[in-house]
Write a protein that binds this ligand. Structure first.
Ligand code: SF4
Ligand code: SF4
Length: 340
């Protein structure tokens, strides 16, 4: 029997998980700040005596992905950046561009829902005697749910003409979509509360339940991420088959049996890379250039793309929307009567 001899050099690369955690915390803080500013904006609309605007934070449009997708399609059809939720349009382009460049990192570095999902999963690991995994025969059909939801939205939106898209984007419903979303949580119904509680419990038992099975945005970014040249690469010669990468992967990918991780579930979180004990055995690689890309460089590339896209929006004067305070105030009075 031949025994393979390898010299194990310890993995001394800079670990990214603590940095990723603080980045996620930073974006949670940004979301809370946006939420607070938006609360002030709505409170001002509610007050009949208010005569002046309180600035509405454009960042809130990151929570309107359907409107952003429609604005994106409208732009492709007409060449015009729609003025109702332009920040959402630019952020959507940023998330797609970064997913293409370095994989669906939005989910593991920025998304507040992804962060909460990760934390509830970690809570589950502490509270429960064992880690539950969905049986494979249920896992695969359940994973297709998020694609079905995505297909539903994409089919509905892509069948619209430019005129129809313009009518929707200009509609009162689209203008106050963020206010309606805010009020959904502010005056949450009993049914919605039950659904959210069920999702929370499921996320404790099954890691990343929402992201893995139900999030259509994650499905879209995962499909774009599949096209990305940046992938996790395993060096099969130096690998010692310890399976630590498998244990570390929050997406349940069997990294230890792959040469290259090509998966819509990979979120470029680098947990597997950090867990690998052997130097230069697991790393991110640009498979087109055949070059190793360090986690830090990946982060810098993503940051630069976001910076460039958001700066472009500012330079074009398109970050803030063009809806006047008077228009907001008028629509707010009748918002409960406004449907799709
Ligand atoms: S394969 Fe690695 S980078 Fe991808 S999700 Fe799993 S742990 Fe994260
Ligand atoms: S962590 Fe994964 S890639 Fe690294 S040595 Fe162990 S099995 Fe191989």
């Amino acid at each position: 029997m031949s025994v393979r001899k390898v010299t194990i050099e310890k993995n001394t690369e800079r670990k990214l998980q603590a940095f990723r955690f603080y980045t996620q915390l930073f974006f949670i803080a940004v979301c809370l700040w946006i939420g607070f500013e938006f609360h002030l904006f709505v409170a001002n609309l509610e007050n009949p005596a208010s005569l002046t605007n309180i600035s509405r934070p454009p960042g809130v449009e990151a929570f309107l992905p359907i409107s952003a997708l429609m604005s994106f399609l409208y732009f492709l059809k007409t060449g015009i950046i729609h003025t109702v939720h332009p920040a959402g349009f630019f952020m959507f382009i940023g998330f797609i561009a970064v997913s293409f460049a370095v994989g669906k990192s939005f989910c593991s570095w920025i998304c507040p829902v992804g962060f909460v999902s990760e934390m509830t999963g970690a809570l589950g690991k502490k509270l429960l005697p064992k880690n539950w995994k969905m049986p494979r025969w249920i896992d695969i059909p359940l994973r297709s749910l998020k694609y079905l939801l995505l297909l539903f939205f994409v089919n509905a939106i892509f069948s619209m003409t430019a005129v129809e898209l313009g009518i929707f984007l200009n509609s009162d419903y689209n203008i106050v979509a963020d206010v309606k979303m805010y009020e959904f949580f502010r005056y949450i119904s009993f049914t919605s509360l039950v659904v959210l509680t069920a999702l929370f419990i499921l996320s404790i038992v099954f890691q990343n339940f929402w992201c893995r099975y139900l999030c259509p945005y994650g499905a879209l970014l995962g499909m774009v991420g599949l096209l990305s040249p940046t992938k996790i690469k395993r060096n099969t010669v130096s690998c010692i088959d310890c399976s630590l990468c498998d244990k570390a992967c929050p997406s349940g990918i069997k990294v230890s049996v792959k040469n290259l991780v090509i998966s819509d579930e990979c979120t470029s979180c680098n947990s597997c890379v950090d867990a690998c004990p052997v130097k230069d055995t697991l790393y991110m690689q640009n498979v087109v250039l055949k070059k190793k890309v360090s986690g830090t460089r990946t982060f810098v590339i993503a940051g630069l793309i976001y910076f460039l896209i958001i700066s472009t929006a500012f330079a074009l004067g398109k970050w803030q929307n063009q809806v006047t305070f008077e228009k907001y105030k008028a629509i707010y009075q009748v918002k409960d009567a406004i449907g799709h």
